[in-house]
Design a protein around this ligand. Sequence first.
Ligand code: KIV
Length: 250
Amino acid sequence: MKYSAKAFLDLKGKTPVTMLTAYTTPVAKSLEQAGIPIILVGDSVGMVEMGMDSTRTVTIEHMCYHVSAVRRGAPNTHIIGDMPYNTDNNPATALKNARLLLDAGADSIKLEGPKYDVISYLRKNAVEVVGHSGLTPQTASSFKQVGKSKADAERVLEEARGIAAAGAFMLVLEHIPKELAKSITDAIPIPTIGIGAGNLCDGQVLVINDAIGMGDRWPPFSKQYAYVGKSIVEAVAQFRAEVEQRKFPE
Ligand code: KIV
């Protein structure tokens, strides 16, 4: 069963939400098989799959390509398409680009920061929106934790309130102190999904490459549930050895 935005709202305070990113068909298929209810096709694709230094060079065309690949792998899972940098600067531009993601197969879109006018315009046009506050990589000058000072914590809390009031159905909170994430979770009526924000949010999201150990550098707040990158090295080294020794094919 595919969860709607309303179904996620109804989970608040009841069942924690598990979200993972995915960018390709086979990985999306595995997530759907494992019962993950919501997949984020994040612009992190630029850094973890495309070798880019930041998410700022990801385009709407890249995102549509990956959203459609994920949809083919996970036909029955709620998919969020991430709005890349500079594609949601004003309501009309955001609506045009959000519709491209929806046409590619997304059920909802995510955008970073306090773009209240954009969120309410998208809602008026029947687009379901996920907000993203705390560390917002598209505009951050560093990947340091956000909301540590009292003033910055208040700013993030107000931003979360504004995003919920504008009509988002879910809010990603990235790299903020656990206590701040708890205050936000208590203060707003929509589910909060943490990444590096402690265990008191309404759910958790991880970048799939971090969760399965693909690559060799992971954020300190991510956990590796497997080391798939290591398994690939071992498998291909064995293949190479067998070819060189004429053991494969038998
Ligand atoms: O792009 C992404 O993968 C994200 C997550 C880190 C939440 O925004």
